[in-house]
Design a protein around this ligand. Structure first.
Ligand code: ZN
Ligand code: FE
Length: 255
């Protein structure tokens, strides 16, 4: 691990969510997308710590459900997208694309990534990327509000980040996404070769993230919609990247 690497901890919550935690000051932690309060509370108690900040990526209930109980108990500063103020819990700091927020010893950099929802943002803290429901291992979020063009643009912004960026997504979908990726490319031997490693990770029910973004650039089908060879495998030669992306996303919905 490089020295600037942020230590992050995924706390399992609800069915398959992760609440990502990191330390902002001695005995103070931040929580990303606390869909549920109880596991976060237990985590803080076991570390004799308090909650200094909550970062929200978007307004869906499995990402904000724990905010109010945690606010009452710990009084954290709640950070979320200004444009989604009307449907997020009350915000102490409302942020926009490109802004930076000070959080104890760290700065969080905000990137707007419309697609899953129109107000979705992701946060970069040191080398960690808190991606919410925008990018998963081998996958991406469903398009509830945005167009394929918007989501593709958002994924391109994420793809431009350094390979060493650590992907911290809000759901454990790695196994099913991997199966879908293999279904798309049955002849991609590099991809199929990952099978033992993925099974090993998911069998033990351990979180499969943080995970280097560089590997996602290599294997995540949703980040490869502009590769001519990949489009040709899918029978989509000559189509624009956003169209190829839209077609993969559609296939995933019915997989
Ligand atoms: Zn969501
Ligand atoms: Fe979600």
């Amino acid at each position: 691990m490089p020295e600037h690497s942020l230590r992050v901890e995924p706390i399992p919550a609800l069915k398959d969510n992760y609440v990502w935690m990191f330390e902002t000051a001695p005995r103070h932690w931040a929580a990303v997308d606390p869909g549920e309060a109880e596991p976060v509370r237990r985590y803080l108690e076991s570390h004799s710590a308090s909650l200094s900040h909550i970062l929200l990526t978007h307004h869906h209930h499995d990402h904000i459900g724990g905010v109010e109980p945690l606010r009452r108990q710990f009084g954290p500063r709640v950070i979320g997208a200004a444009r989604d103020r009307h449907r997020l819990p009350p915000l102490d700091i409302a942020v926009q694309d490109g802004e930076q927020v000070e959080m104890g010893r760290w700065k969080a950099e905000v990137m707007a990534v419309p697609g899953h929802t129109l107000g979705h943002v992701v946060y970069r803290v040191q080398d960690a990327l808190f991606a919410g429901d925008t990018l998963f291992r081998f996958g991406c979020g469903r398009l509830f509000e945005g167009s394929p063009e918007q989501m593709w643009e958002s994924l391109l912004k994420i793809r431009a980040l350094p390979d060493a960026t650590q992907l911290c997504a809000a759901h454990e979908y790695t196994l099913s996404n991997f199966q879908f990726a293999c279904f798309l490319e049955p002849n991609n031997t590099d991809l199929q070769g990952l099978l033992p490693e993925i099974f090993q990770q998911t069998d033990q029910e351990q979180p499969t993230m943080p995970w280097p973004l560089g590997k996602e650039k290599q294997y995540n089908p949703f980040l490869r919609a502009d590769q001519p060879a990949f489009a040709s495998t899918l029978g989509l030669s000559g189509q624009g990247a956003a169209q190829v992306f839209a077609s993969i996303r559609k296939k995933r919905n019915s997989f």
